[in-house]
Design a protein around this ligand. Structure first.
Ligand SMILES: Cc1ncc(COP(=O)(O)O)c(C=O)c1O
Length: 408
């Protein structure tokens, strides 16, 4: 059942291609999604272990290495505390609640669906929440955030570095600089940025940077990752409004012990995933973080140049809002659901649009993890064929040509 696993029924598959006079055996697929992303083979097989206990020295060592490497990924030094917890990006977000006390006030800077998630999450706790919202495709300006924290006293400001629902990047360093002295805690959701965008946690004086395994780090889903400043760690107390499992106070000693190669337990860690994580971190170290960020930037630029030359519009409104990891593509005529269905039959999987204000108008291309210029070219080539077939007014061949030129 090779075809079924792509989500395409064999019947469908054959019918689709009969009319075109050829059949593509769907044994391989290019995953240009917003996470989980394609996993490097060496990363995948690193988790194929049948004999590792959570107290084994091997596991303790990969945890120690991964915790130390996590600091480097966000530009933090030894004074910052890394956490690797079971779960996902949302688990890491909820872990942030560990730093809040009853009655604290939080300002959420939201550029879309994942910014809004902070409000939905924080509303479950006895804290007050205000939201500063950007129009779809844009980001909240640093001066607006500055004004908001001058007008009102907030304990915490949350930002989303790259808003995955629109592919928009917030200038988090600039915002942090403007508000640093006016709030206690600055939190950045780096789920779609860490490993692909410049992240300078220490320079920006950010208190919490968080991410998830399945995005630009190119690891399967299953872990939430956080790095906390000393100030954030000092707020992990019994006064916190957090629950039990995601209360970082319960994980603090475990992380500290594991980092110095001492076995420790609060709840079971995703042991096999951490082996994959350590392999991915080893590959990132070999590539060099700067090179990796540059590669993401080049691929993202190639994709956007290709799309623009093809004649389609991008959701992010201005070049300053473009991200290295996600591009939203607006359609004039074609239905995005049809585009997603068609591209899969040509061997490429893309992501649906999820911003409610743009429902039915766009889809997303994820370009993160182990993505290459070849992946960008293949994606653009398939998109050109599919969009043409679906009646979207595009310049066939121009997208691929522009991307080729940008990579040459
Ligand atoms: C920016 C951002 N934050 C948070 C999340 C939530 O992460 P998860 O789905 O891993 O819980 C996502 C997921 O795509 C995201 O893109």
């Amino acid at each position: 059942m090779l075809i079924g696993y792509l989500g395409v029924q064999p019947e469908d598959h054959c019918n689709r291609f009969k009319g075109r006079g050829y059949i593509i055996p769907m044994t391989r697929k290019l995953l240009m999604h917003v996470g989980p992303v394609t996993i490097d083979y060496d990363v995948l097989v690193a988790g194929l272990r049948g004999d590792v206990g959570f107290t084994s020295q091997e596991f303790i060592d990969v945890m120690s290495f991964s915790l130390k490497f996590l600091r480097k990924l966000v530009g933090a030094d030894e004074s910052y505390q890394p956490f690797i917890i079971p779960g996902s990006g949302t688990a890491a977000m909820e872990g942030v609640v560990s730093t809040l006390r009853r009655g604290d006030k939080v300002l959420v800077v939201s550029n879309g669906v994942f910014g809004d998630r902070w409000k939905a999450l924080l509303n479950r706790y006895p804290v007050a929440v205000d939201v500063l919202k950007a129009n779809p495709g844009d980001y909240v300006k640093p001066e607006e955030v500055e004004k908001a924290v001058e007008d009102e006293k907030y304990t915490m400001v949350t930002m989303t570095h790259v808003e995955t629902s629109t592919g928009v990047r917030e200038p988090v360093g600039e915002v942090a600089k403007r508000i640093r002295d006016k709030v206690e805690l600055i939190v950045v959701d780096g789920v779609s940025s860490v490993g692909a965008e410049v992240v300078k946690m220490k320079d920006y004086q950010v208190d919490v940077y968080l991410t998830a395994s399945q995005k630009a780090l190119g690891i399967p889903p299953g872990a939430g990752l956080l790095v906390l400043s000393e100030r954030a760690v000092s707020r992990l107390s019994d006064e916190s409004v957090a629950g039990y499992f995601l209360n970082l106070k319960n994980w603090l000693d475990v992380m500290r012990n594991l980092e110095v190669s001492k076995g420790s337990y609060f709840a079971t860690l995703p042991v096999h995933l951490v082996f994959m994580m350590a392999k991915a971190f080893e590959l990132i170290e070999r590539e060099g973080l700067e090179n990796r960020i540059k590669r993401h930037e080049r691929v993202a630029q190639g994709i956007r140049t290709g799309l623009e030359s093809m004649g389609v519009d991008i959701v992010a409104k201005r070049p300053e809002a473009y991200s290295n990891t996600v591009t939203g593509v607006l359609l004039k005529k074609a239905n995005p659901a049809d585009v997603l269905k068609e591209v899969v039959t040509e061997g490429v999987e893309l992501a649906p649009g999820v911003h409610p204000a743009l429902a039915g108008k766009y889809f997303r291309i994820g370009h993160m993890g182990w993505v290459t210029p070849n992946d960008a070219i293949a994606t653009l080539a398939v998109l050109e064929r599919v969009l043409k077939r679906l009646g979207e007014p595009i310049n066939l061949g121009e997208g691929v040509r522009a991307a080729q030129l940008s990579f040459s």
